[in-house]
Design a protein around this ligand. Structure first.
Ligand SMILES: C[S@@+](CC[C@H](N)C(=O)[O-])C[C@H]1O[C@@H](n2cnc3c(N)ncnc32)[C@H](O)[C@@H]1O
Length: 445
């Protein structure tokens, strides 16, 4: 701990500043935890003064990592002196992950914490990980990095070059729908035009309003997600369409953040497929009995929300980023859930069906938006299979291939894809048999 970087010297002297308050709170927590009554009591724990206590807190906040499950749910914090040597970039070439759930039987098999390369890293090139959520817009990232890590990031995403296309975290579609994008207007700079066809965005006030309202709703929904998930879900459901019609691209802030929150809330609150569990935990929705139709609607809503989140993430994170892989895996799993009320589909050879929309085309290709999404029956199963295969490919990068097998989720997804492939084969052979059993049309002599 002593060898790690401390930022005590740069902590603001203003007691009302954000970092001063955080340090005071954490120092008090340490004092309470250790049961210290007086400064002398600190000696027993290797600290000679209050300044050393602040050093400890600073080293801890600057050098700890979030421990997460193999599906990226945060569990706590840990310190690794070696991994703490790695500097930050908002466009990292490596990630810190915990691919396995661990447990007693696996204790000696492999280290739980791993640093995995996301792209080829040449000799002498610096290994860089991201300390923060890189889906956030530049100013928010810079603020967190300044307040918690005391530096100003100079990575390619933080130092915007004039020739670079707009960052999709802060972009909207061209008002003339040419397929190009414009930088989102801000209070300071409301003049914006399409980077491709140069068409100007006329009603910038409407876009600014939508972003402001969206951001407020996001903060409210984040605060309510555990205490009042229903209200949080209502907020995301209301705001996502407003931001979409204001023209934001799926990766733009706060649309992506709301889509991700909406997806995780709708997955967490899906009616259980087990009728007994269903009876106990969610017998009614909004005072109505949970019918197969309502269950189907809830499942389809969750699929659409997960698709929006996954499409947004794919616009800004590199292929194989663990967050992208997990989002795809969640979408694939949702698509493979048995439909409570599948619409009747005529048997046909699904392998040659031209009407199955891909998951991202639902969000990105306006021509396909008219097609029902998600599809039902075998086309849905085929989409589930394709999504799981893509998820597995990405997880094999982000959580490591070889012995890692794409982590715990990579392994699960592979098994699920194998099972669905078998199901699809049964369908195909069923269709073939049905076609062969058809009464032959007598050929006229
Ligand atoms: C986990 S430590 C990284 C290792 C640290 N550079 C060292 O030598 O011990 C985090 C600290 O490193 C510095 N740091 C990390 N990434 C940086 C970057 N991209 N630019 C400038 N300083 C950075 C900041 O002072 C930050 O608080």
């Amino acid at each position: 701990m002593d060898a790690m970087e401390s930022h005590r010297a740069s902590i603001s002297k203003d007691p009302n500043s954000h970092d001063s308050q955080v340090y005071t709170q954490l120092s008090h927590a340490v004092v309470r935890f250790l049961g210290l009554q007086s400064p002398q009591d600190m000696v027993e724990f290797g600290m000679q003064s209050a300044a050393e206590l602040i050093d400890l807190v600073s080293r801890f906040t600057t050098n700890t990592f979030t421990i997460s499950t193999p599906a990226l749910t945060p569990l706590g914090a840990c310190v690794s002196p070696v991994v703490a040597l790695i500097n930050h970039s908002c466009d990292p070439n490596a990630v810190v992950v915990f691919p396995r759930a661990g447990g007693e039987s696996r204790k000696h098999e492999e280290p739980l914490m791993q640093v995995i390369a996301l792209k080829p890293i040449s000799q002498n090139e610096e290994i860089l990980t991201a300390y923060i959520d890189t889906t956030l817009p530049r100013e928010t990232r810079q603020k967190i990095l300044r307040e918690t890590y005391h530096f100003s990031c100079q990575c390619t995403l933080c130092v915007p070059s004039l020739v670079a296309p707009p960052d999709m975290r802060e972009a909207m579609w061209c008002p003339k729908k040419c397929g190009g994008v414009c930088v989102l207007p801000t209070e300071e700079n409301s003049l914006t035009r399409c980077s491709r066809c140069k068409a100007p965005v006329k009603d910038t006030d409407a876009v600014l309003d939508a972003v402001r309202v969206g951001e407020e709703a996001l903060h409210k929904a984040e605060a309510l997600q555990f205490s009042d998930p229903k209200k949080a879900m209502q907020l995301t459901t209301k705001l996502v369409p407003i931001l979409i019609s204001a023209g934001l691209v799926p990766a733009a802030y706060p649309l992506l953040a709301l889509s991700r929150l909406g997806a995780s809330l709708s997955i967490a609150h899906l009616p259980s497929s087990d009728p007994q569990v269903e009876e106990v935990f969610s017998p009614e929705v909004e005072g109505e009995k949970m019918t197969p139709e309502l269950a189907q609607e809830a499942l389809d809503d969750a699929v659409r929300a997960a698709t929006r989140a996954s499409t947004g993430l794919s616009q800004i994170l590199v292929e194989g980023h663990p967050v992208r892989g997990i989002a795809l895996a969640e979408l694939g799993k949702l698509l493979s859930v048995d439909e409570p009320k599948p619409t009747h589909v005529e048997p046909k050879d699904t392998t040659s069906s031209p009407v199955i929309p891909s998951t991202s085309s639902f969000v990105l290709n306006p021509k396909l938006r008219a097609a029902p999404y998600p599809p039902s029956g075998p086309p849905r199963l085929k989409l589930a299979y394709e999504t799981l295969v893509r998820a597995r490919m990405e997880l094999m990068i982000g959580f490591g291939g070889g012995k890692n097998e794409g982590g715990e989720v990579g392994k699960q997804v592979r098994q699920l894809a194998v099972d669905i492939e078998k199901e699809l084969m049964v369908w195909k052979s069923g269709v073939r048999n049905a076609l062969q059993d058809r009464p032959k049309i007598p050929v006229k002599q």
